[in-house]
Design a protein around this ligand. Structure first.
Ligand code: NAP
Length: 252
């Protein structure tokens, strides 16, 4: 039986890995998505979609589908699935690698203000009304109901349902990557005075921070969640090397 790689995705890196692995005849690849995006991009390998049912469900999946290697290429803020992957892989005795995108690092001119979570971001924005760009996922925006005095611009891949509970909100749907010209035009058109976002790393959503630097805007960055103990790399190339190493050991 061919070895079976389960690739936990939802990221640019997972798609890049799938593209690199699609033509391999020595390997079965299954890409797993959380299933939250309404129209996910087409993938070059078979896809399964939706939660596994916690660590136990993922462990059962690994056993039932004869998974020989687990590659966690989920988003750096997708802490639950990464914790579940570490636990399930350990219990099922399946080798695990985490492909963890490096965080952005501030440069001269940046005004980045780390915040622990959405509640801390609300507090840090202050009492005076501001025009705030929330470059966050659907799951986080509802927490800004605690700071209803601001005017919010929210950009998400899919429409936010139910609509955000704050009284002054403009919602846009758009899928990255975003260029610097896109982000400058957006910030200027809406008179943005502050940004709240994640330190996602990578190129696709970095331009807003360059645009913010030029405008000397404060950027409130949600802290990254802690990662579980597991071997980790930062690039697609290193993940492919790991996979070949796991497969070669299995063949011995
Ligand atoms: P999460 O909080 O780590 O995951 C919540 C649950 O969703 C998991 O316990 C799992 O359900 C399911 N899940 C997540 N990723 C999965 C995958 N690849 N395959 C199958 N099931 C998966 O992650 P999240 O809710 O997706 O997102 C948390 C943060 O990451 C948010 O800030 C979000 O904006 C950001 N983010 C996530 C993705 C993504 O594709 N996951 C992409 C971009 C940004 P079960 O416990 O039932 O298995």
């Amino acid at each position: 039986m061919r070895p079976h790689l389960l690739l936990l995705g939802g990221t640019t890196e997972a798609r890049a890995l799938a593209l690199r692995l699609a033509a391999r005849t020595d390997l079965t690849v299954t890409l797993s998505l959380a299933g939250r995006t309404l129209n996910p991009a087409a993938m070059p390998v078979p896809v399964r979609s939706g939660g596994f049912g916690g660590a136990e469900g993922l462990e059962a999946y690994l056993r039932a589908h004869g998974v020989t290697a687990l590659l966690d290429a989920t988003h750096p803020y997708a802490a639950r699935i990464s914790a579940n992957a570490a636990l399930a892989a350990r219990r099922a005795g399946v080798p695990l690698l985490v492909l963890h995108r490096l965080a952005w690092v501030a440069e001269p001119g940046d005004d980045w203000r780390p915040v622990a979570d959405v509640a801390a971001a609300c507090a840090a924005l202050g009492h005076a009304p501001r025009r705030v760009f929330l470059a966050l996922g659907r799951q986080e925006v509802a927490g800004f109901a605690a700071a209803p005095q601001h005017r919010y611009l929210i950009r998400s891949v899919d429409p936010i349902t139910p609509p955000p509970p704050m009284p002054r909100v403009t919602c846009l749907t758009a899928r990255g990557p975003f260029t610097l010209a896109d982000e400058e035009a957006l910030l200027d058109a809406h008179g943005i005075e502050a940004i709240v976002c994640k330190n996602s790393g990578g190129a696709a959503s970095f331009a807003k921070l360059v645009a913010a630097r030029a405008r000397r805007l404060p950027v409130f960055l949600l802290d990254r969640p802690a990662l579980p103990e597991a071997p980790r790399v930062a690039t697609v190339e290193s993940a492919l090397d790991w996979l070949d190493h796991v497969l070669s050991r299995r063949a011995v």
